[in-house]
Each structure stands twice: as structure tokens, then as C-alpha cells.
Design a protein around this ligand. Structure first.
Ligand SMILES: Nc1ncnc2c1ncn2[C@@H]1O[C@H](COP(=O)(O)OP(=O)(O)OP(=O)(O)O)[C@@H](O)[C@H]1O
Ligand SMILES: [Mg+2]
Length: 181
């Protein structure tokens, strides 16, 4: 099986739609909702990853492409062949979150998470360096991103190196992205 993960808003589901003909898409958010393994909080769904993990385990096949930011916490690592972590510049994520009308707190939490590479780090921890590949989608079309993913699956592309923290620091924007209140 295969995994596409990454922080909210980086383009996972848009991409999954593009790849739907080739894989059996397993939308982890959808599975959590359909099986009611979440609690509603003020501005998000708090998913029970232990329960979701047990459900997901029963659903995966060899041609499954599991999609969602929760993948590092719910997908059993053994059967996984490739993990794609989509990355996107925080400067391009701001308009995505604004369009979704995220509250300020939620927006900065998610921007901070992408800048620090939380999902990428957690994916590497869970699935290992050898199976985990990052793709920087900044300025990439959906088709170009899909093409790069296919190259990774063919072992012809080793993925991108991403360091948003260095970029943000270089642009003197640390205080902008990590406001003190
Ligand atoms: N390659 C791309 N280039 C430009 N815009 C994109 C690209 N991929 C997705 N988008 C846009 O970015 C926004 C977020 O995409 P999407 O909903 O697929 O993210 P997601 O990673 O699935 O988010 P979530 O984790 O919250 O489900 C959408 O408005 C989508 O149209
Ligand atoms: Mg999505």
C-alpha cells in the first residue's frame, strides 16, 4: 500500500482525486467520520487515532492509497511501500487557510506545524527514512505533483529537501509566523 500525507491544506485530497484511477483511495478523514471515531471541538475534529488505526488496518489492500494528515498515527507501517509527504511553503499556505476561514489560532498552529515539518518528522519516525519521500508542491501544478509522485514510485526520484524554518528566518519573518499572542 501507499500513503499520501502532509499538514492540512498542502493538497493531499486534490492530488488523490488525480490518482484515483490507479489506486484504491482510502480517505482517512472520511473513514474517521463514517465510523464516528472523533469528538467535535470548537474548530476541528479530535480523532481517536487508536480506534481509527484498528479500523484502517482492516481496510487496507495492496493497491490502497491512504490519504490524510493522520496517516503517521493510524496506518500500520509494515505493509506500506511508499509514503509521500506533501510540503508547501507557508507563504502559499496562508491564502489556503484564509479561504477556509480558519481562526487565527488554528491558522498559526498549522503554519507552525508546516514550518517545523511536524508531519514529515512523524512520518519518518513511523515509516522510516527509506520509505518516506517529501515533495515540495510550492508552485507545482496538480499534474506536475502527480508526475513526481509516480517518479518516486518508480524509484527515479528521491524527493525534495525542505527547510521552511531557514526560509522564514532568512526573510526575517519568524515573529510573523510565531506570534507571541
Ligand atoms: N498543486 C496545487 N497547486 C495549487 N493549488 C493547489 C494544488 N493542490 C491543491 N491546491 C489547492 O489547495 C487547497 C487545499 O488543497 P486540499 O484540500 O487538497 O488539501 P489537503 O492537504 O487535502 O487538506 P486537509 O489536510 O485539510 O484535508 C485547495 O483549495 C486546492 O484547490
Ligand atoms: Mg483534504
Amino acid at each position: 500500500m501507499f500513503v499520501i500525507t502532509g499538514n492540512p491544506g498542502v493538497g493531499k485530497h486534490t492530488l488523490a482525486k488525480r490518482l484515483a484511477g490507479k489506486f484504491e483511495i482510502l480517505d482517512l478523514n472520511r473513514v474517521a467520520i463514517d465510523n464516528k471515531v472523533y469528538k467535535k471541538t470548537r474548530d476541528a475534529l479530535d480523532v481517536d487515532v487508536v480506534k481509527l488505526g484498528k479500523i484502517v488496518k482492516k481496510m487496507i489492500r495492496s493497491d490502497t492509497l491512504a490519504v490524510g494528515h493522520l496517516a503517521p498515527y493510524v496506518v500500520p507501517p509494515k505493509q506500506v511501500r511508499f509514503v509521500i509527504v506533501l510540503r508547501k511553503s507557508p507563504y502559499q499556505l496562508i491564502p489556503v487557510y484564509k479561504k477556509r476561514r480558519y481562526a487565527k489560532k488554528k491558522m498559526f498552529e498549522n503554519l507552525g506545524s508546516e514550518i517545523l515539518g511536524v508531519t514529515a518528522y512523524d512520518a519518518i519516525t513511523r515509516f522510516g527514512k527509506k520509505k518516506t519521500f517529501q515533495i515540495d508542491t510550492t508552485n507545482l501544478s496538480v499534474q506536475k505533483t502527480a508526475d513526481r509522485i509516480k517518479l518516486v514510485f518508480k524509484k527515479k526520484f528521491k524527493g525534495d529537501r525542505v527547510d521552511w524554518l531557514a526560509l522564514v528566518a532568512q526573510k526575517n519573518d519568524l515573529a510573523r509566523f510565531f506570534p507571541s499572542k
